[in-house]
Design a protein around this ligand. Structure first.
Ligand code: ADP
Length: 539
């Protein structure tokens, strides 16, 4: 609602040019009609005229001759004597781009038109509607951007109800109110056109509309989100039991579940903003991000910040806006910014004309000020590349450090992977996935191993047995462990540096209880396995 009022204010305040970046031309025209009819309650009535390069200017579907070229339409607007809103579709093609010069004459003409739009007796406003945001520098001061929101749940429900009533041959008798709600929620984040396409697809599949179609709509949404190339919709069946150890981090996340519920409002709890999870690679940071989606039962979208900065797909600013809009539209949701340092490492350098710094600033501002229930989980391996502004209080609710797994944690990680892979009795025969003695042995002999190396031990043991076409043996594990050179050996210095950083800035993702056991169980007792990174707190 807030946004819609803003468009009314822009029109009332006589902003000459309003730019709306959207594919949804029909919805925008209807929205402006609604504003004119219901919100601009002044004595002057305003006409709505829509222009496109192919049909020229149209007034209530009647084409006005000699208005097709940009020079003609702008001249027409200048001379028009009645109050009106001119909606110009795809006019951005005359604005040029990075590698394509704009149409200088048109741009000059637009600047000349500004005083007429601001001060003529007739109240005239020009609204550009384009799927791309592309504003020439010389017009920056004269154009204001209006964010047109994607359809909300209510609008999606209206559209679904309308489609059900029109398509009387589709059997929707099995669709409960709850399913309908889920079906509509699945479409959040799509434009109205895409939403209607997804519903139509769900209907034509088998002539029925029921709970099964939620999957169809979700798949359509994944397609659409994938197309923009920056966000990935992640579906996973991982859950909290798939994460070995990291008890503090898990507890912290569990405590914040339902933070956006009505019950949380009664406690006046501020909505969580997000967490930054840093630490040693391969120890469960991404795993946690993925499992969170199941823990909180919220959609998870992974953002490739690197792609936003590189500008591989479209302009960086536009990309960030689009990504944020989509994540907000599917909210409550989780935004996973994977390897955030990769995207932000250029943010402090000035060799790209300040674009990185600007985007980084916009991202930080969004993080700080966002009101939509979007939880950010950022993961980072190389913290030395993170700009200090990102770590300032108020950005993230907490910064966690994931260290090498402790003895107890290694037991848990082995248990997770043994249970996951040792399923067939013929293969496992004498090895039981819940054998306490086996698990203890494995944990004792993998000091300094990271989570992914532990998983690899289980896989390698199974591969050997498979190769020799026989059941798994205890010796397979022994060999797999002996043949592993853990990352903690090869990257000792880096790990010690990470810990030093974490001791001041981060909280240990492992519980106090587990970390206290850490040194006690150390056979090697060298500096890698006797120290820890991150403050030890009980969450
Ligand atoms: P990173 O910390 O680099 O994001 P990942 O979370 O991608 O590491 O871990 C890689 C793989 O290693 C995971 O998919 C998982 O199979 C295994 N793994 C790592 N840490 C754990 C853990 N704490 N519990 C269970 N498995 C783990």
């Amino acid at each position: 609602m807030e946004n819609q009022d803003k468009l009314t204010s822009f029109i009332k305040a006589r902003f000459p040019y309003i730019y709306i970046e959207s594919f949804e031309e029909d919805r925008i025209v209807k929205h402006i009609e609604n504003i004119v009819n219901n919100q601009l309650k002044s004595k002057v009535t305003r006409e709505i005229l829509v222009w496109s390069q192919s049909s020229g200017l149209k007034n209530k579907n009647k084409a006005i001759t000699n208005t097709k070229s940009p020079a003609q339409i702008l001249e027409f607007i200048k001379k028009y004597e009645q109050s009106a809103i001119f909606i110009l579709l795809d006019f951005h093609v005359y604005f040029g781009e990075k590698h394509r010069p704009g149409d200088n004459e048109t741009i000059r003409q637009l600047r000349d038109l500004v005083p007429y739009l601001k001060r003529s007796e007739a109240r005239k406003t020009v609204v550009f509607v384009s799927p791309e945001l592309n504003i020439p520098q010389t017009l920056e001061k004269d154009i204001v951007i209006y964010d047109f929101n994607l359809p909300n749940l209510e609008q999606i429900k209206d559209s679904l109800n309308r489609m059900i009533s029109v398509n009387s041959r589709v059997d929707s008798s099995d669709l409960t109110e709850e399913d309908k709600d889920k079906l509509c929620k699945a479409a959040l984040g799509l434009t109205m056109q895409e939403t209607e396409n997804a519903f139509a697809l769900a209907m034509v599949n088998d002539g029925k509309l029921n709970a099964k179609d939620i999957k169809v709509v979700l798949e359509e949404k994944m397609q659409v989100i994938r197309k923009n190339g920056l966000l990935e919709y992640i579906q996973t069946d991982l859950n909290i039991n798939d994460i070995g150890g990291l008890d503090n981090l898990k507890k912290w996340l569990l405590k914040r579940n339902n933070s956006w519920s009505e019950r949380a409002k009664k406690y006046c709890i501020p909505s969580p903003k997000g967490v930054l999870v840093t630490g040693i690679p391969g120890c469960g940071k991404s795993l946690t991000a993925k499992a969170m989606s199941a823990i909180w039962n919220l959609p998870l979208l992974r953002l490739d910040l690197g792609k936003i900065f590189s500008g591989i797909v479209g302009s960086s600013e536009e990309n960030l806006r689009k990504a944020i809009k989509t994540v907000e539209a599917v909210s409550p949701s989780i935004l996973w910014v994977d390897e955030i340092e990769k995207g932000l490492s250029g943010a402090t350098s000035s060799n790209d004309g300040g674009v990185s710094t600007r985007i980084f600033g916009a991202f930080l501002t969004w993080m700080q000020e966002k009101t939509a229930p979007v939880f950010v989980i950022a993961t980072a391996n190389n913290i030395s590349k993170l700009p200090p502004e990102l770590l300032r209080k108020g950005r993230f609710d907490e910064i966690f450090f994931v260290d090498l797994p402790t003895f107890n944690e290694r037991k848990e990680i082995f248990s997770v992977h043994l249970k996951r892979r040792l399923k067939d009795e013929e293969v496992t025969k004498d090895i039981k996935p819940d054998d306490e003695n086996l698990i203890k042995y494995l944990a004792e002999h993998t000091e300094g191993f990271i989570g992914s190396e532990i998983e690899q031990v289980v896989i390698t043991a199974l591969c050997d047995a498979f190769f020799e076409n026989r059941p798994l043996k205890f010796e397979d594990f022994v060999k797999a462990i002996e043949n592993t050179v853990p990352l903690s050996k090869t990257q000792k210095e880096q790990i010690l540096a990470l810990r030093e950083w974490a001791n001041i800035r981060a909280v240990s993702a492992s519980s106090k209880e587990n970390t206290e056991n850490y040194a006690n169980n150390s056979d090697l007792n060298n500096d890698i396995t006797s120290s820890r990174g991150g403050r030890r707190l009980d969450i």
